[in-house]
Ligand binder design. Structure first.
Ligand SMILES: *[C@@H]1O[C@H](CO)[C@@H](O)[C@H](O)[C@H]1NC(C)=O
Ligand SMILES: *[C@@H]1O[C@H](CO)[C@@H](O)[C@H](O)[C@H]1NC(C)=O
Ligand SMILES: *[C@@H]1O[C@H](CO)[C@@H](O)[C@H](O)[C@H]1NC(C)=O
Ligand SMILES: *[C@@H]1O[C@H](CO)[C@@H](O)[C@H](O)[C@H]1NC(C)=O
Ligand SMILES: *[C@@H]1O[C@H](CO)[C@@H](O)[C@H](O)[C@H]1NC(C)=O
Ligand SMILES: *[C@@H]1O[C@H](CO)[C@@H](O)[C@H](O)[C@H]1NC(C)=O
Length: 707
């Protein structure tokens, strides 16, 4: 007998898949289409007449076994059609809630891959939704889209998992490195019940610190009062000098030089990458992008050499240190002791030189920045457009180095010109003017150089003698009370430093307590504590993420304490508008958001040529509506880190701006995308090592590897 289905088979060809169709038509115990192995037994006959069967949820309705999966819905609970779309989908919605027997979804066995449940509406529609096409076995449609088979998917899945695990391991490595770099200890905070213990410990520390600070403040006030009383009476010049805020000046200078030194490092780094590249690449491969850019680099480098561009962070750091001690020790000691090993002219010359050096150096940094930008643009073009197929090891290694370079210096490349702060210029000017006016009053005059044409030869020794004399005299006169002043000054400075350090420490502890106390931070436990600490330490070195997306530049800046962190959005043009998106509020973990974001990432990364990810979305077996993903626990390689920001600038006619920053595990920090979810509320997709779950162990899903 030539059946209709055989005819169908002849029409659509000889695919092995369709051959099995013929065998599945009709009732075959243990092989009911759309039913999991565990539930097959429900379709065995349970009647005295072994050709009969009753609906699973309606024992009174008895059918022939051949009516199972025959394409006609006979049972009110739909149980006779587990492998076709004959029964209305809503039947299952209500029935499956009460019955654990009736499956709401179609079961794909997917031999060689991962079994999953799909919706009944996807069954027998001409499209294979199961990789074994079991959902189309009972179909009368011609197959439109077969898709990848299960063996293929298994291979793609394994590749995906190994790529993801590699990315995870690299991210974790960087995270460990960061923790080491910033001295976060493995187990100081991670203890059982650590949250409460931590709170208690921090509270105790705050009390202790506050007490010490209060006592030291009293001592400081006393020391200051005595010192200044003495000073006012006995040394008006020093008294006025003390009114100048030279500590603040010194720290402004150090701050500026941190930037200067970083720019120098950045310059050295990019120049090194390009120098190595220009030696290591293979010109004969004729990768136009690479060859043209190397030419451009050599031209730029020659120009830099002509302009005598020198950037050396070691020199910068040394200068910074010297300047600091100049303003905090050398000059104060000069006024305090009223003597110098150097001549007056030297002292004055140095004072003017220092002023010019500071201004000039900061200014000069902008020249270096210009070259950094040019070099970076060259590497940028190469890394985006070089021909991957040429497999040029020199180029590949340069591109890798460039990516690391971006992680480290990305923000400085984007930064505009650097200026000395107004406060710095003002303080510098005050101190320099004061020194120039007053040093001649406290130091003996120099031996005057003999002027030409005048008969001064005999004056020289006389001048020298007078200088010596006045030196001795001033020492004699001042000796007794100078000693006092020096020791008073020492004491005053000592307490000043003590108070400053204690105050800083106390502020940090308080910020830490605030985070621990924040009850909305439910996930805030040991991991959160460690990440917060790490972010703060990074913040204390002004760490920030900056990326350009859709013509806007976004900057996520971490601070110490964390609560001072901000996100800004700037228009990427000259004099563009800059808007505060939010201030840091809390740090936590969100497993659900992680799942959504991770799936988004997998789809984007692995679905270009494959339908793998669509085979990873499964329905729950029985009565759970929600979709889930069947890739084992792969999503847990992310810790689900979420940073919340609030209280940004008010939107026009709207709420204040706010943002959620989701961090996905990766070895590189980067802002990947920004979406405005609701009016003035943004979600940032960021990658970075902080998003890695350090305790993650991969558990694969259950594969169906046959019997
Ligand atoms: C067969 O039916 C009886 C009564 O209806 C029930 O108690 C029994 O569990 C059933 N057996 C199977 C295998 O479903
Ligand atoms: C699955 O597809 C691949 C590639 O099309 C093919 O080589 C392989 O034989 C197929 N496997 C099965 C079991 O059909
Ligand atoms: C800084 O550089 C600009 C332009 O190169 C120049 O006009 C200015 O005078 C410089 N300022 C100082 C203090 O060197
Ligand atoms: C801390 O939070 C992380 C992320 O939510 C979680 O994985 C971990 O199990 C938690 N640890 C404790 C001790 O609660
Ligand atoms: C970015 O700006 C350029 C030039 O103004 C414009 O052509 C482009 O469409 C903008 N892109 C987006 C995504 O807004
Ligand atoms: C981290 O991984 C472990 C083991 O795989 C898991 O138990 C834990 O829940 C994960 N943490 C998070 C935050 O997902």
């Amino acid at each position: 007998m030539v059946s209709a289905s055989l005819l169908f088979l002849l029409i659509i060809g000889q695919s092995p898949l369709v051959v099995s169709l013929q065998q599945t038509r009709g009732y075959k115990p243990g092989h009911i289409v759309g039913v999991s192995r565990e539930k097959q037994h429900l379709y065995d006959s349970n009647e005295s007449d072994l050709t009969k069967w009753h609906c699973l949820d309606h024992e009174d309705i008895v059918l022939d076994l051949s009516q199972i999966n025959d394409g006609i819905c006979d049972c009110p609970d739909g149980s006779d059609e587990p492998g076709t779309a004959a029964c209305e989908e809503d039947i299952f919605q209500s029935v499956a809630k009460q019955s654990s027997k009736v499956n709401k979804y179609f079961y794909c066995a997917n031999e060689n891959f991962i079994p999953r449940y799909i919706r009944k509406s996807e069954v027998t529609d001409g499209i294979c939704d199961c990789c074994d096409c079991s959902d189309e076995l009972l179909s009368d449609y011609k197959l439109i889209d077969v898709g990848s088979n299960c063996s293929q998917l298994k291979k793609e899945f394994d590749d995906m998992v190994s790529t993801e695990l590699l990315r995870y391991r690299e991210g974790k490595k960087v995270l460990n490195g960061l923790e080491k770099k910033y001295g976060i200890q493995e187990d100081t905070i991670v203890r059982d019940g650590s949250i409460e213990e931590d709170k208690q410990r921090v509270s105790n520390e705050i009390t202790l610190l506050s007490n010490r600070l209060e006592k030291d403040r009293v001592k400081l006030d006393e020391a200051r009062r005595i010192y200044f009383d003495q000073l006012e009476n006995q040394d008006p010049i020093l008294y006025r000098f003390e009114q100048l805020n030279r500590l603040s000046l010194a720290s402004e200078i150090v701050n500026s030089f941190v930037t200067v030194s970083m720019v120098s490092k950045c310059y050295g780094s990019i120049l090194g990458i390009l120098n190595r590249l220009s030696e290591a690449y293979t010109p004969s491969l004729n990768d136009k992008v690479v060859n043209d850019n190397i030419k451009k680099f050599k031209k730029t480098k020659r120009r830099a050499e002509k302009a005598k561009i020198i950037a050396d962070s070691t020199i910068d750091d040394e200068q910074s240190e010297n300047l600091f001690s100049y303003f905090t020790e050398e000059i104060p000691q000069l006024f305090l002791k009223r003597e110098s090993e150097q001549s007056l002219r030297y002292v004055l010359g140095k004072s003017n030189f220092v002023q010019a050096l500071i201004e000039g150096k900061i200014n000069y940094t902008n020249d270096i920045l210009e070259y950094i930008k040019e070099y970076s643009a060259i590497m940028d073009d190469i890394s985006k457009n070089y021909n991957v197929n040429f497999q040029d090891a020199g180029v590949k290694s340069a591109v890798d180095s460039y990516n690391n370079y971006l992680d480290e210096y990305g923000e400085s490349i984007e930064s505009g010109p650097i200026h000395p702060s107004e406060n710095l210029l003002k303080l510098l000017n005050e101190v320099t003017t004061f020194v120039n006016e007053n040093v001649p009053k406290i130091l003996p005059p120099d031996i005057t150089e003999p002027k030409q044409g005048t008969n001064n030869d005999h004056m020289a020794p006389f001048g020298g003698l007078r200088t010596k004399l006045s030196g001795i005299l001033s020492k004699l006169n001042l000796f007794s009370f100078r000693e006092d002043l020096v020791s008073l000054e020492k004491q005053f400075r000592f307490y000043e430093m003590e108070v400053k350090n204690l105050d800083l420490e106390l502020q940090l502890k308080k910020a830490r307590k605030e985070i621990l106390d924040d009850s909305r931070n439910e996930g805030n436990n040991a991991t959160a504590g460690k990440l917060t600490e790490l972010l703060e330490l990074m913040g204390s070195q002004s760490y920030s993420l900056e990326d350009l997306l859709d013509n806007y530049s976004y900057t996520i800046r971490f601070q110490h304490p964390m609560i001072e962190g901000t996100i800004y959005q700037s228009e990427n043009k000259i004099a563009g508008k800059k808007v505060l998106i939010g201030r840091f509020k809390t740090l936590g973990f969100n497993a659900e958001l992680n799942m959504n974001k991770y799936m988004e990432h997998l789809k984007l990364t692995y679905s270009e040529e494959s339908d793998l990810t669509s085979h990873l979305a499964g329905r729950q077996g029985d009565d759970d509506k929600s979709q889930h993903y069947i890739f084992g626990n792969l999503n847990e390689l992310n810790n689900g880190l979420v940073l919340e920001y609030e209280n940004g600038e008010q939107c026009w006619n709207g709420p204040r701006r706010s943002a959620t920053v989701f961090v996905r595990c990766s070895n590189t920090f980067k802002i990947r995308s920004v979406h405005e979810v609701t009016k003035c509320n943004y979600i940032f997709d960021v990658t970075g090592p902080l998003g890695c779950n350090k305790t993650f162990e991969y558990e694969p899903p259950k594969f169906n590897l046959g019997e």
